[in-house]
Design a protein around this ligand. Structure first.
Ligand SMILES: [Zn+2]
Length: 71
């Protein structure tokens, strides 16, 4: 049995020469071959904290505010 190592031999393509495969739905920048992504509700975004947060837009506040209690 032979293991195909072609994808390792080539290494990651130079992003300057390669056409993007997708556009990130969070930051709007291109997503190139070999990049890690998240899929959320069918949308593809970069697998980064920045893109994840800007896509999900979770509420950011103190715990007291979230619970509606007086501080
Ligand atoms: Zn992004």
């Amino acid at each position: 049995m032979t293991v195909n190592l072609d994808r390792f031999a080539q290494g990651l393509p130079d992003s300057q020469d390669v056409a993007p495969l997708e556009q990130c739905q969070a930051c709007g920048r291109e997503i190139y071959p070999g990049e890690d992504v998240y899929i959320l509700d069918g949308y593809i975004i970069h697998a980064t904290v920045d893109c994840l947060i800007s896509f999900v837009k979770p509420g950011y506040m103190k715990i007291e505010e979230a619970l509606g209690v007086q501080v």
